[in-house]
Ligand binder design. Structure first.
Ligand code: AMP
Length: 216
């Protein structure tokens, strides 16, 4: 099955995607992570991508389509994907449907995490990512400890776009451009809305129950 995790920046999509991937043997596709990899690899598009990300606006749909085609066409990931941060606008959503048809796949459900702007800001300001294993922590809400993280705290980094000014731009981009997609998935009858302000474990409990109900 393929799943879309939907919600504003800082809603906890990445954290929940990590949980889902681990327990349901799926593969996470975070377009944000893929774009940051492009920047680190210093590809020809790296500078263009960095400029957009550092402003809190979206990168071009063409760039994103290329990344998604590489994943959808890979047999290793066939019907095993958890999309985190994609699609981000209506054009990407309709394009994804075309690509899914082409590669004989479908989306089983869209899990929308609802979180208020103030909570998002607080969460993003505490966010830390391990550059070694990719796991996401939060210095206030989910600190890295010896029990939940084996790489060590020296590998924890903050993202360059996780500062207060850019967060507000990213949230506005979400409201103006990304949120309208919700109507599209509501019409397709595959949307599940979840309170993203609950505890991480509680949210995951709800998510895993939805996924389990789809499997049977
Ligand atoms: P994220 O890691 O999902 O918070 O994404 C970080 C940044 O990458 C966003 O603010 C956008 O600039 C860019 N980005 C990520 N995913 C997409 C996408 N699907 N379409 C356009 N831009 C994206």
């Amino acid at each position: 099955m393929n799943i879309i995790l939907f919600g504003p920046p800082g809603a906890g999509k990445g954290t929940q995607a990590d949980n889902i991937v681990k327990n349901f043997n799926l593969h996470k596709v975070s377009t944000g992570d893929l774009l940051r990899e492009e920047i680190n690899k210093k590809t020809p598009f790296g500078d263009e991508i960095k400029a957009k990300i550092d402003k809190g606006s979206l990168v071009s749909d063409e760039l994103i389509v290329n990344l998604i085609v590489q994943i959808l066409s890979n047999k290793k990931f066939y019907n095993k994907l958890v999309f985190d941060g994609y699609p981000r606008n209506l054009n990407q959503a309709t394009n994804l449907d075309i690509l899914l048809k082409k590669y004989n796949q479908k989306i089983s459900c869209v899990l929308s995490l609802k979180v208020d702007k103030n909570v998002v800001v607080k969460r993003i300001l505490g966010r830390q990512t391990c550059i070694k294993c990719g796991l996401i922590f939060n210095q206030y809400f989910k600190p890295s400890t010896k029990e939940n993280h084996f790489c060590g705290n020296q590998f924890l980094e903050k993202r360059s776009d996780d500062n207060e000014k850019i967060i507000l731009n990213r949230f506005q981009t979400y409201l103006d451009i990304t949120l309208p997609i919700i109507k599209y998935y509501k019409k397709l009858n595959i949307l599940h809305e979840i309170n993203g302000e609950a505890e991480i474990e509680q949210i995951y409990k709800e998510i895993s129950a939805i996924i389990a109900s789809l499997e049977t």
